[in-house]
Design a binder for this molecule. Structure first.
Ligand SMILES: [Zn+2]
Ligand SMILES: [Zn+2]
Ligand SMILES: [Zn+2]
Length: 149
């Protein structure tokens, strides 16, 4: 509950109003504790507010994104997922098991600086996830290699 108050404070600081639809969507995002699609959020908010439709969820998310309290990220080939912006993070996604980990955005600071210095390109790293192979899957691949030998 504390987290939602922090987000509400950010929202008000950005000049946003707290409507009941916005509160429902924010509460669902906080409760989900992970990255959810607009459809996931609809299912969550409809538990309490069955009158809310998908179009309302999208409009609310758009308004919250414009106010800077919510952001979306593309984790892979699927739909965009939404998350709160109160902790700056980047996403690393395993292309084998699809696990998603959050890592500090500061890890990419040097890359952002180099792209700006050398190419005058202002990268927005967190709009897309960084794709690779996670620790568990790497270990699994190592084991399989050993078996094959
Ligand atoms: Zn996008
Ligand atoms: Zn996130
Ligand atoms: Zn994996």
């Amino acid at each position: 509950m504390e987290r939602i108050e922090t987000v509400v404070k950010d929202l008000r600081a950005a000049g946003g109003r707290m409507t009941s639809a916005r509160r429902s969507v924010l509460s669902a995002l906080v409760a989900a504790r992970s990255h959810v699609t607009a459809e996931d959020l609809l299912n969550l908010v409809q538990a309490d507010s069955p009158e809310i439709h998908l179009s309302t969820v999208y409009r609310t998310l758009e308004a919250l994104e414009n106010l800077g309290v919510v952001d979306h990220v593309h984790l892979g080939h699927g739909r965009a997922v939404y998350h709160l912006t109160d902790s700056a993070h980047q996403h690393i996604v395993c292309e084998i098991c699809s696990s998603v980990q959050e890592v500090p955005a500061s890890l990419f600071a040097q890359l952002e600086k180099d792209l700006m210095d050398k190419y005058q390109f202002k990268v927005r790293m967190n709009h897309f996830a960084v794709i690779g192979t996670c620790k568990n899957c790497l270990e699994q691949l190592e084991k399989e290699k050993l078996v094959q030998r």
